[in-house]
Design a protein around this ligand. Structure first.
Ligand SMILES: [Zn+2]
Length: 468
């Protein structure tokens, strides 16, 4: 009988619970007390609120009705962001993500289920939140951030990033800087769209607030990121000096050429069905596409292939030091997602590798930041310097860290591409320029060089200063 009582009580608890769930949802999707948790900190001040904070019910109204927020990335951080924003009352949310769901995402990207594997993250995440949170409207974009222009980004009040790439962060940062309006050199504050950037790697994480044009931007603190390994094609192709050059040769030139793990094979039906001697035959022909299997840094067989071939190339040039580990490091280009009661000013670091450690600091603006300072950038080289040295400077200088800069100059009224790496045919045509001196290329003191790179949507202008 005790069991009976227990099961009765349990049943009753479930019924009470369910009746509480069946709340009256009005046309606005709101019910009594729906936002009381948010109201507690928006409609009253406390000992830890900012001195400028004004408690008011208008904030919640703004958040519910007006505020348009953009979430970039629907991965590990993005899922948390979308859930938290939706449950905090944000209703006009857009999310951009170019990835599809992989089975390995399911352990932490909790808006996805195994049936969703292969589908776009942005779409599945939006569907999930929209069906779960009444009144919330998430608009998915299965695209790259670079697919949108200024008019798209300008519509948002705030942008939150949960990205895993430094290049994408820098591009986003550059985009928001390009939206700033200056009148007589004074920044129009209404043109500022705040950027909240988060990153995680293993047990480490960080969050920062960027007011473009006012506080430190991503590029101001680029030294916080480990410099990337990047070698000029000229060196890789013809004069390797380091073990890394040999690995890069195999990765960039040899792999796509030899397609060691085959191409992507497509089955194409030719002749459809043939009826021979009453036997129904399906005839298929194998048609390999031109695409080789992409080099996967997590595939030990791929790394082994690159390692073996790098060893051979290194032997050819009497270079030592190529190891399996170095090969993996170069191939994977491990890009760590870098990694307050007064509103976060402006950088929070979180680390729970050994116990828990967290601190905040204020990242400072860099006076001559190439992204946000409006100060023309100088390139100081002797006329005898080779273009390759300029390229090395652009990629290796810790505050520039460009990835594959394209350098253009205006010579005799014409735009001339001095070097461009991203298009194979142009790379081949302009490669000889790398070994020429600036003087041989016809560049003069004071010459302006326009540099385009994947790290920024804007072309960066440099002024060449000849040193003797
Ligand atoms: Zn900056």
């Amino acid at each position: 009988s005790i069991n009976k009582v227990h099961s009765f009580q349990k049943e009753r608890r479930v019924r009470v619970f369910l009746s509480r769930m069946a709340v009256d949802v009005g046309s606005s999707g709101d019910w009594d007390g729906r936002w009381s948790h948010v109201q507690k900190f928006l409609e009253r001040s406390g000992p830890f609120t900012h001195p400028d904070f004004e408690a008011s019910d208008e904030t919640l109204q703004f958040l519910l009705e007006t505020c348009k927020i953009l979430v970039i990335g629907a991965g590990g951080l993005g899922c948390e962001l979308l859930k938290n924003l939706a449950l905090s009352g944000f209703r006009h949310i857009h999310v951009v993500d170019m990835d599809t769901i992989d089975v390995s995402n399911l352990n932490r990207q909790f808006l996805f289920r195994s049936k969703d594997v292969g589908r776009p993250k942005a779409e599945v995440a939006a569907d999930f939140v929209n069906s779960r949170v009444p009144g919330c409207h998430v608009v998915p974009h299965f695209k790259k951030i670079q697919d949108f222009d200024e008019s798209f980004y300008r519509q948002f009040h705030i942008i939150v990033c949960g990205l895993d790439s430094i290049i994408a962060r820098r591009w986003m940062n550059g985009m928001l800087l390009s939206l700033l309006v200056y009148e007589d050199g004074v920044l129009d504050p209404s043109s500022i769209i705040p950027l909240i950037d988060g990153g995680t790697e293993g047990f480490k994480g960080n969050a920062r607030v960027i007011l473009p044009g006012m506080t430190a931007c991503i590029d101001c603190t680029l030294e916080l990121y480990p410099p990337q390994i990047n070698f000029p094609m000229c060196t890789i192709a013809s004069m390797p000096r380091l073990p890394e050059h040999c690995i890069e040769y195999v990765r960039i030139l040899q792999w796509p050429k030899e397609k060691p793990f085959g191409g992507t094979y497509m089955l194409i039906l030719s002749g459809a069905r043939l009826l021979i001697n009453n036997l129904l035959l399906f005839v298929w022909s194998l048609c390999p596409t031109t695409y080789g299997v992409a080099l996967d840094g997590d595939n030990p067989e791929h790394i082994q292939w690159v390692f073996q071939n790098s060893l051979e190339r290194a032997a050819e040039f009497s270079i030592t030091g190529v190891t399996y580990r170095l090969t993996q490091g170069v191939v994977k280009r491990i890009i760590p997602a870098v990694a307050a009661y007064i509103p976060l000013n402006n950088y929070l670091v979180f680390n729970d590798v050994d116990g828990l450690y967290t601190y905040t600091f204020e990242a400072e603006r860099k006076e001559n930041c190439s992204a946000c300072s409006q100060v023309p950038q100088k390139l100081q080289f002797p006329p005898s310097a080779k273009l390759q040295e300029v390229l090395e400077y652009l990629t290796e200088n810790s505050s520039l860290q460009m990835k594959s800069p394209a350098i253009t100059a205006t010579l005799e009224g014409k735009n001339k591409t001095l070097y461009l790496q991203t298009v194979a045919s142009i790379e081949e045509r302009t490669r000889p320029n790398l070994c020429k001196t600036l003087k041989e290329l016809g560049l003069a003191d004071g010459q302006e060089l326009a540099v385009a790179d994947v790290t920024t949507p804007q072309t960066v202008l440099f002024k060449l200063n000849f040193t003797s």
